[in-house]
Design a protein around this ligand. Structure first.
Ligand code: PXG
Length: 464
């Protein structure tokens, strides 16, 4: 049923405002403007209820790896729903899709990660992480190791525990903090290192050593884990300087703490490797993942668990008091399996590395010449453009931060392109199946959006 065909956009907007509370939304301002109603999608394209078409530069919400409209996934879910639409995985029970997906994930993920705990979302996966690392240390006979170190601008989800590990200050203020979480400087050279007058390589080491300093300050006997996204996504596509991860790895190798690589955005091909951990050569003890695992066709997430953790988790017995009604939901597992099968058969990750990423990165570097762009950075198919008011004086940023990013994002929508703004960085993370022709279209739409934004800022007298 096409709802929009039967109900006018205006009525949909009214009913939406009357009853629907959106995530991460200023309700008063949404009530004034009304929602954009998305009604259908195909490949890398979206349509709204007014018939406008958009190139989806954000792959839904960083999740649509294989593109919209894959009948094969819908068919697999349909078959599974007719066979066994739901059963739980509690009380010593399992079912074929959960077993098959566990086996597949153990095969795909980096060596040493052979067990999987299923959940419904990235946030739930990270709640699982918090409980599992603390449980691990209790079982390992070191119950005082409770503190989790995260990073400013990290994003690990929106449940209270996941938000606490994340480094979004506004979320901490609203929800209150979970005790035993500490945040360190992120490897955000353009925003932090540059302002301190450091070169990227120098800043990479400096930011990595913040981990060492935090462990020493808190006491290694109190620290349970370090959690980090290989590339910080929602924080603004913060791509660490080349020196960062090698130095973090050096520190982790010397310290008795667990390492959690949050692969919710980087996982499933985004970097041109299956996982961000493959791209940077990381060896996580726990690896939460979601989004691209099912390309968002159905909600599902997982935490990959290493042998080191399994040793104590299984140990001599004792119950892990944790799990969700929908842990290993059969239809979601079927969607994930079908999604992974498509990714493997079409060599989607290999194509990102060999063709799509080089093409988009070339276009990206050219956009770096635009007068509004202070830095153009990208790995695989995820990138950011930092907007600045004056390229001849890069110490200046727009004030207040975020306004110009929002303006540029709105102009982008008007031009038929979905981009995301994080403060004044414009973000893209398109479906991995984006064609070379669509990459050229994307680059053209971004250039037009930057030109239009510049013209508007000149009109407002905000740039010379
Ligand atoms: N970890 C990471 C790295 C994420 O990016 C989560 C965990 C939580 O996943 P769930 O499925 O609980 O949302 C995420 C989610 C944005 C945006 O605006 C990003 C996310 C979610 C919603 C919005 O960039 N990332």
């Amino acid at each position: 049923m096409n709802l929009a065909a039967n109900i006018s956009t205006e009525d949909l907007r009214k009913a939406d405002i009357a009853h629907h509370l959106h995530p991460f939304t200023d309700y008063a301002s949404l009530n004034k403007e009304g929602s954009r109603v998305i009604t259908k999608a195909d490949g890398c394209w979206l349509w709204d209820s007014d018939g406008n078409r958009y190139l989806d530069g954000m792959a839904g919400l960083w999740c649509m790896q294989v593109g919209y409209g894959r009948k094969e996934i819908a068919d697999a879910v349909h078959r599974q729903m007719m066979e066994l639409p739901y059963y739980n995985t509690f009380f010593k029970t399992t079912h074929p899709p959960a077993v098959a997906l566990s086996q597949k994930l153990a095969e795909l993920t980096p060596e040493g990660l052979d067990h999987v705990f299923f959940a419904g979302s990235g946030s739930e996966a990270n709640d699982t992480v918090m409980r599992m690392v603390r449980y691990y240390w209790a079982r390992a006979g070191k119950p005082d190791k409770q503190v989790i170190i995260g990073r400013t601008f990290g994003y690990h989800g929106s449940t209270v525990a996941a938000a606490a590990m994340g480094g979004m200050g506004a979320m901490h203020t609203q929800a209150g903090m979970v005790p035993g979480v500490h945040h360190i400087t992120p490897p955000y050279w353009f925003d932090i290192g540059r302002a301190e007058g450091m070169r990227p390589d120098e800043f990479g080491v400096y930011a990595a050593r913040k981990l060492e300093e935090a462990i020493d300050q808190i006491g290694e006997d109190k620290v349970a884990a370090f959690i980090a996204e290989p590339i910080q996504g929602a924080g603004g596509v913060i791509i660490p300087p080349k020196t960062y991860w090698p130095e973090v790895k050096r520190i982790l190798s010397e310290r008795d703490i667990l390492f959690v690589a949050d692969e919710v955005i980087c996982g499933f091909g985004r970097t041109g490797e299956w996982f961000g951990s493959d791209y940077y050569g990381l060896k996580p003890d726990l690896m939460p993942m979601a989004k691209g695992m099912s390309s968002g066709y159905l909600p599902i997430s997982a935490v990959m668990v290493s042998g080191k953790v399994i040793e104590h988790l299984v140990g001599e017995g004792g119950e892990f008091y944790h799990g969700y009604t929908y842990s290993g939901h059969p239809a979601s597992c079927a969607a994930a399996l079908a999604n992974i099968e498509i990714m493997e058969r079409e060599n989607i990750v290999g194509r990102v590395k060999s063709t799509a990423a080089p093409a988009l990165q070339k276009a990206w570097a050219e956009l770096g010449d635009h007068p509004l762009v202070g830095e153009a950075r990208m790995v695989g198919l995820v990138g950011a453009l930092e907007l600045v008011p004056d390229k001849s004086d890069m110490s200046k940023r727009f004030e207040p931060a975020g306004q110009v990013g929002t303006l540029c994002r709105d102009i982008s929508f008007g031009n038929g392109l979905v981009m995301r703004a994080v403060r004044d960085a414009m973000i893209i993370s398109p479906p991995l199946v984006i064609s070379e022709e669509e990459i050229a279209t994307l680059a053209g739409l971004i250039r037009k959006t930057l030109d239009d934004t510049l013209a508007e800022l000149k009109k407002q007298g905000r740039v010379a």
